[in-house]
Design a protein around this ligand. Structure first.
Ligand SMILES: Cc1cc2nc3c(=O)[nH]c(=O)nc-3n(C[C@H](O)[C@H](O)[C@H](O)COP(=O)(O)OP(=O)(O)OC[C@H]3O[C@@H](n4cnc5c(N)ncnc54)[C@H](O)[C@@H]3O)c2cc1C
Length: 469
């Protein structure tokens, strides 16, 4: 049980939690427990992964009392946002309490003068994005899951999105946090002072901590001014190398696209079929590019990008003339996940990140791994920052298919490490990548992680079984 030895009977736990949140904000019947036993990862359902109880605190005071109760009685406690995580982070592998932050969902302040927002963890990413855009400001991190994912989940996973190439990821915007530690103490890290080197950078220790170090109850983020205008281009190429080199040329010429998304041939064909659109399906690679900034610069930049694409033998260049046309092009990328899933019985989506220059090599290796195991691997992702989402396509009901997929996944991670990359660009480690963490960080690296975990959560109650054993 990862050091967690619950010393409270389920009935006692239920009563003690009901005394904190009341019966209306507590779930413990089988169907509800089942609902909170899985997330957006591709892990098989496991009956033992059901929580004993799910609770929905409404304020930090309730979170403190729940965390203290769990710590005093060694009950595993798993913070949870929307459950859209891709690596099993919010799955209660040891049962215990799922602490859902869904009801702590208020935008507490949009501070226009300082260009910052203070939110509770259950605020949906999209809701924050829209609220700040209404006042002319901009919160750039845009995970594709932003219609459902919560800010707490984004911080805990250090989520990124298509705009990361120009604007960075969640960690680049988090200025401060309120966190409830495993012993129930509340700390406030960082703050509105932009320059702040008082003590260790605890704020960024909690960013990407996957619910294992504390429960995030408030988030202060930096905002920027909303880009004035945007242009969208779809570029089709005869080779992955040409597409990657085009991105490199763009960046070295000083044009930093807001997004530069890459899709391989399998992905292009899948989305053409799924959306019934007429795009050159014989192309080997596509780039979906957004450039943004003052309107006066955009036409010139779009012209320069078109010219670079032509120099790299682009087979087709489309420049959206209206925002409706741009949206149509983006639908291709946004529906890539389901489009690829539709061409196979099962899709196992992964997330790796490699140096940008290693993209062609990595994509070649993915092809080799697929061929070796008799599997198709579709590849799409964020070319601008080398973050790829290989989707392994299989029929898991076939004999031996699960084993072949598991081997292929392991080889994908190893190949990413070999080309100088890492296990995860944005989805975290959770359960699915845990077996590979030592290969990525080394023994001493993992020992350092454990030391931090032990210092902050000596009883190991917070999200046990994640990141490392
Ligand atoms: C279709 C789809 C597309 C996706 N696209 C992207 C993408 O483009 N970029 C990207 O980065 N990710 C993407 N994801 C993954 C996922 O949406 C992100 O990891 C997101 O940040 C998870 O948010 P959540 O609220 O669902 O968190 P959950 O899945 O509920 O939790 C994720 C982790 O955060 C912890 N946690 C949640 N809230 C808190 C809190 N308040 N305090 C402490 N720990 C907490 C949990 O314990 C867990 O370990 C995608 C997922 C799906 C299903």
């Amino acid at each position: 049980m990862n050091g967690v030895n619950q010393d409270m009977l389920p009935d006692q736990l239920h009563q003690a939690l009901a005394a904190i949140v009341g019966p209306d904000r507590l779930l413990d019947v089988d169907n509800d427990r089942f609902t909170y036993s899985y997330d957006g990862s591709f892990l098989p359902l496991v009956p033992a992964h059901r929580p004993d109880v799910v609770v929905f605190p409404r304020d930090v005071g309730e979170v403190v009392r729940i965390v203290r109760l769990c710590n005093d009685h060694r009950v595993p406690l798993v913070p949870r946002g929307a459950g859209s995580g891709r690596t099993g982070g919010s799955i209660p592998v040891n049962g215990g309490v799922v602490l859902s932050l869904e009801r702590m969902n208020r935008i507490l302040e949009i501070d226009r003068k300082n260009m910052m927002a203070l939110v509770e963890p259950g605020v949906r990413t999209m809701d924050l994005g829209r609220a700040v855009e209404d006042v002319g400001l901009f919160y750039p991190p845009d995970p594709s899951s932003w219609t459902v994912s919560t800010m707490g989940g984004n911080v805990a996973e250090n989520a990124g999105g298509a705009r990361a190439v120009k604007y960075g990821v969640t960690k680049d915007y988090v200025l401060g946090l309120q966190v409830v530690l495993a012993n129930g103490a509340v700390i406030d890290t960082g703050g509105k002072a932009v320059k702040n080197v008082t003590g260790y950078d605890l704020t960024h220790l909690f960013v990407g901590s996957e619910g294992t170090l504390g429960v995030i109850t408030k988030i202060l983020v930096r905002l920027i001014s909303k880009p004035k205008a945007k242009k969208t281009l779809l570029l089709m190429f005869g080779s992955i190398d040409d597409a990657s080199e085009c991105v490199t040329d763009m960046l070295s010429s000083g044009i930093v696209p807001a997004s530069a998304e890459i899709m391989d041939k399998t992905s292009i064909q899948a989305v053409a079929r799924f959306r019934k659109v007429d795009i050159p399906v014989e192309a080997e690679a596509a780039l979906l590019i957004d450039i943004d900034g003052p309107q006066i610069l955009l036409d010139d930049q779009a012209g320069a990008v078109t010219e670079m694409a032509r120099q790299h033998q682009a087979v087709q260049v489309s420049v959206a003339q209206t925002s409706a046309e741009a949206d149509e092009l983006w639908v291709l990328r946004r529906t890539m996940g389901p489009a690829v899933a539709a061409i196979a019985k099962n899709k196992i989506g992964e997330d790796i990140s490699v140096p940008r220059a290693a993209l062609p090599e990595m994509i070649r290796r993915l092809g080799e791994i697929g061929r070796k195991h008799g599997l198709t691997i579709a590849v799409f992702g964020h070319a601008g920052d080398g973050n790829l989402h290989p989707s392994i396509l299989a029929d898991l009901s076939e004999a031996g298919a699960r084993e072949r997929v598991d081997q292929a996944v392991a080889e994908v991670f190893r190949a990413a490490l070999e080309v100088g990359g890492t296990l995860s660009g944005e989805h975290g480690i959770g359960i699915t990548k845990k077996p590979f963490i030592e290969e990525a960080l080394g023994k001493e690296g993992v020992r350092a992680l454990r030391a931090v975990k032990h210092a902050l959560d000596p009883n190991g109650i917070l999200n046990p079984g994640k990141i490392f054993e």
